[in-house]
Design a protein around this ligand. Structure first.
Ligand SMILES: [Zn+2]
Length: 323
């Protein structure tokens, strides 16, 4: 009976479940949409039911599981397995995820971690960051998140919250808010959700754009529409994508100059806009970087859509002392 690990990657749009073997290859995958307004009790029930479904569909039993890891788009208390706050699933806060899963699976080791942390583990272990002793995973998506690998290990910081660099302030008190409480953080310029907020503000103040024809109901406007408008030569679309490139580059450059970490692996939905995005971020970082002979490498994830689940497997191996 093959031993397997279960990874649960909770994202802003979907929850992906994966069964992984001892090489952290995904043998079975299952996913459902993320209900963003879900309440804690329903979320628990959803996890219980869907784990049962995964095991049933894959034809295996809970006895085969050597560990369960859940990656959350959240501020996580790793030591205690508690989801403190979650930007996208807003009702899930101070949620004792590990205890809740442990109740149903009392004999299986369980860990809860932040989604960008596990993605960093995956990219460092077997993705685009392999071979770099220090690297940062940068999630360019609905939000802007990071995961730090220092000396080949995940760096958590004093309170376990390292990697919230998207909320470093760049124009305090100015710009839009992203929910962290401080307008003017990097995320408020360089994230999908805030690109939309900037677009709506510009449209409200009378800026002409083809986005109003593309999306007659502006409540449905997404970063993808803004990218499409940019490609069609729309002035507002181009300005917003340039803003994204500028602040994403500044964010990376500031991390480089503070920590001298030279590898930044970028993933997340915004990177699907096209190769030009990371090429332009590389160019802009090179403009900021005046350190001669200190190349900063901007790389695209080599595990798109999989680094969360693979990272869950690596996080379990690390916690169980197998790495
Ligand atoms: Zn913020």
């Amino acid at each position: 009976m093959e031993k397997l690990k279960l990874g649960i990657d909770v994202g802003g749009t979907k929850i992906a479940y994966g069964l992984l073997n001892d090489k952290n290859e995904i043998l079975f995958r299952y996913q459902t949409p993320t209900p963003l307004e879900i309440m804690p009790a329903e979320f628990t029930q959803k996890l219980y039911t869907e784990i049962d479904t995964v095991l049933k569909q894959a034809g295996c039993t809970a006895e085969q599981l050597t560990g369960i890891a859940a990656a959350m788009p959240s501020y996580v208390d790793y030591e205690n397995g508690i989801v403190i706050t979650s930007g996208s699933i807003r009702h899930i806060k101070n949620y004792p995820a590990r205890d809740i899963l442990q109740k149903k699976y009392p004999n299986i080791p369980i860990l809860i971690d932040n989604d960008t942390n596990v993605a960093a583990l995956a990219e460092h272990g077997c993705g685009a960051g392999r071979g770099f002793h220090h690297m940062v995973y940068v999630a360019l998506s609905t939000g802007l998140g990071t995961g730090f690998i220092v000396n080949d290990q995940l760096f958590r910081g004093s309170y376990g919250g390292a990697g919230e660099s998207g909320h470093m302030l760049i124009t305090p008190g100015k710009g839009v808010t992203d929910g962290c409480g401080n307008p003017g953080c990097f995320m408020s310029y360089a994230s999908g959700s805030c690109l939309v907020k900037h677009a709506l503000l510009a449209i409200e103040s009378g800026t002409e754009t083809c986005m109003t024809e593309m999306v007659p109901d502006l409540s449905e406007l997404t970063a993808r529409h803004i990218a499409d408008a940019c490609k069609q030569g729309d002035a507002l679309g181009q300005r917003l994508i340039e803003q994204l490139i500028y602040y994403a580059s500044l964010h990376i450059y500031n991390l480089f100059i503070a920590f001298n970490i030279n590898c930044y692996v970028c993933g997340g939905g915004l990177t699907n806009m096209g190769d030009f995005l990371l090429e332009r971020i590389q160019e802009q970082v090179d403009v900021f970087n005046t350190q001669e002979n200190q190349q900063v490498y901007i790389k695209k994830t080599s595990l798109p859509g999989e680094n969360g689940l693979i990272g869950c497997g690596i996080a379990l191996d690390t916690a169980l002392g197998k790495i």
